[in-house]
Design a protein around this ligand. Structure first.
Ligand code: PSU
Ligand code: MN
Length: 311
């Protein structure tokens, strides 16, 4: 492959995604930071393949997004997924780093923010992930607020997540989303879910009970000329939930270690996720896999409803 010229859109569609676009089929974007920075090998590859299979099973086409070889890949083949999941030096790429990573030619795993940008460029309206980044605890002194929130404010993609983790400051995260005018929609319940647990103790601003209602809300925002991004907070299936009292001590231990070791900036989220996985001895990983699969199913249903609206 020759390097793209700086002015050309450096997108590379996988054969499966290219065919889906030609056929007007519903597409679901998937991020890659969860593969390279969110889960250990080989669970990361196995989960990525299962999430893709779940999207197909639900009648849509998965498009896992990553930077490889100077191109922004929209859809990865199984061989490319395997290569990325085992690669040693993979940059965690958000809005700020995506240009430099593409120009440098190395591997880049896209965060929620960067995956939203890529999905928007590729004309994909829905994206499934585990949890979004948000306002970190202690943000009043660290100023650590994920670029994911700003992307939700300006993008046009509906993001299906299991809420945000309690490693974050959830009330502040919801406040920022409200200030930025991002619809935060709890699916099928009133409470805003907290990733490993179904209820954060906070009420979500909006509740919708069907994929069709979520798609229609998106279409209305678009018709109004508003940035059409929405955050759909889909609670983890009850059978896989980790009770708050079980997970909170581990979160607090991981936060103390991060502080003691001076972990900062982009390293904070991967460090906390990795430590919590170790501290729960795999229990958090099992929950993580279950909720991502659940989000993939809902995202596929929403994508199909959106495709129906667009005829
Ligand atoms: N939350 C999770 N798992 C993840 C992430 C967040 O439960 O893997 C990843 C996502 O890719 C998200 C990124 O976009 O971390 C946020 O990083 P930061 O807080 O540095 O913005
Ligand atoms: Mn941050």
């Amino acid at each position: 492959m020759t390097a793209p010229t700086p002015s050309a859109l450096p997108l590379a569609f996988s054969p499966e995604v290219a065919a889906a676009r030609d056929g007007g089929r519903a597409l679901v974007a998937l991020e890659s930071t969860i593969i390279t920075h969110g889960m250990p090998w080989p669970d990361n590859l196995e989960t990525a393949l299962r999430v893709e299979a779940e999207v197909r099973q639900a009648g849509a086409v998965p498009a896992t997004i990553a930077v490889m070889g100077g191109r922004l890949h929209i859809g990865l083949t199984e061989a490319e997924l395997r290569e990325l999941a085992q690669a040693r030096e993979v940059a965690k790429v958000s809005r700020a780093d995506i240009g430099a990573c593409l120009a440098g030619g190395g591997y880049g795993a896209t965060t929620v923010a960067a995956t939203m940008i890529a999905a928007g460029l590729a004309g994909i309206h829905v994206f499934a992930t585990g949890g979004i980044g948000g306002v970190h605890r202690g943000a009043e002194s660290s100023f650590d607020i994920s670029a994911d929130l700003r992307e939700l404010a300006q993008g046009s993609v509906t993001v299906v997540a299991a809420g945000a983790k309690a490693i974050l400051d959830l009330p502040k995260t919801l406040e920022v989303l409200e200030t930025d005018g991002v619809p935060v929609i709890a699916y099928g319940q009133d409470a805003f879910p907290a990733f490993w647990s179904r209820d954060s103790g906070l009420k979500a601003p909006i509740r919708l009970d069907s994929a069709g209602a979520i798609a229609r809300a998106w279409a209305m925002r678009r018709a109004l000329g508003l940035p059409a991004a929405q955050l759909v907070a889909n609670p983890i299936p009850a059978a896989h939930e980790i009770p708050r009292e079980e997970i909170v001590p581990h979160i607090e231990a991981a936060l103390r270690e991060a502080e003691a070791q001076g972990i900062s900036a982009k390293a904070v989220t991967p460090f906390l996720l990795g430590r919590i996985l170790e501290l729960t001895r795999g229990r958090s990983l099992e929950a993580n896999v279950a909720l991502v699969l659940n989000n993939a199913r809902l995202a596929a249903a929403i994508a199909i409803e959106m495709a129906r609206i667009d005829g």
